[in-house]
Write a protein that binds this ligand. Structure first.
Ligand code: G
Ligand code: G
Ligand code: NA
Ligand code: MN
Length: 255
């Protein structure tokens, strides 16, 4: 309960910030997207991981105003980069959205308003949702359909780890699967993870979906994934989550 109250104050006090992790094309590492990730650094204390505070924000409902702040801030930043750097800016901007947000009746309307206010192209916004968030169908699914009707795209995050059902691929209006890091970690030849990672690229190719391999930490993993047919990846091997200033510097230095 105490952390819940602190989060409320932190939002009012402007203590949250955003970082952006590049999503890259294989094998050349060219940036094709940026995933927005929230950070909390309470003044005078150590940063708190979103793995700790996001679940609390989900339970208390603070994820609704916090998520709205994240969406607006990410779109404002991406629109500003586009104004300044044009086509040099990675095309896709990913924003994580939790189950609680998808079930909030006004959510799609708030996204529409944020898109209108910033002038950001809806086709460039990728809402990242987990399998578990959309598994129960119902309101979450309706929200995703509303988002898709705005032109926004949907990625299934941490794919393969939640309430996985391949049937979701038919009912959820998704065009991207983010293959979870746990498969990439164990991708050495002959492993079960390698078999699953290969099956996932066959499924996404067959269904004309895009696959992004997450949590790539070594050149060897990147090579193996590329050999398997993966064309997009994300992970510390390519780039860590970067501050807005670091991204701006990179864009300014790009040829
Ligand atoms: O950035 P990091 O790997 O520390 O994130 C840990 C967890 O917090 C991940 O599961 C990630 O999806 C989640 N997370 C990070 N940023 C956001 C965000 O902006 N919104 C939501 N809902 N979850 C986030
Ligand atoms: O649940 P989600 O996939 O959104 O979580 C993404 C989180 O994973 C981010 O918080 C990011 O900091 C973290 N991450 C991104 N790339 C790597 C990586 O290569 N290795 C590890 N250990 N974590 C990563
Ligand atoms: Na994500
Ligand atoms: Mn993920």
């Amino acid at each position: 309960a105490q952390l819940g109250a602190e989060l409320r104050r932190a939002l009012d006090g402007g203590e949250f910030s955003l970082v952006y992790q590049p999503i890259v094309r294989l094998p050349d590492g060219e940036w094709t997207g940026l995933e927005t990730l929230v950070r909390w650094h309470p003044p005078g204390r150590d940063p708190v991981s979103p793995a700790t505070f996001v679940p609390v924000a989900e339970r208390t409902g603070l994820i609704v105003p916090l998520g709205d702040w994240i969406m607006r801030s990410a779109l404002r930043q991406a629109a500003a980069w586009t104004e300044q750097f044009g086509a040099a800016v990675p095309h896709e901007i990913g924003v994580n959205v939790s189950a609680r947000q998808l079930r909030e009746p006004g959510f799609a309307g708030d996204v529409r308003a944020a898109l209108t206010e910033t002038g950001f192209d809806p086709e460039r916004l990728v809402v990242e949702v987990t399998e578990t968030a959309v598994f129960d169908g119902g309101a979450a699914q309706d929200t995703l359909n509303e988002l898709v009707s705005l032109g926004v795209r949907v990625a299934l995050d941490d794919f393969g780890t939640g309430h996985s059902s391949l049937g979701l691929l038919r009912t959820v209006p998704t065009d991207t699967l983010k293959v979870d890091k746990s498969f990439v970690d164990g991708i050495g030849s002959g492993s079960e993870e390698a078999v699953i990672a290969t099956a996932m690229i066959q499924i996404t190719d067959g269904l004309h979906l895009k696959a992004i391999a997450e949590g790539v930490e070594t050149a060897e993993q990147a090579q193996t994934l590329h050999r398997m047919g993966y064309r997009f990846a994300q992970g510390y091997h390519f780039a860590r989550p970067l501050s807005a200033e670091q991204i701006t510097r990179h864009l300014a230095e790009a040829p």
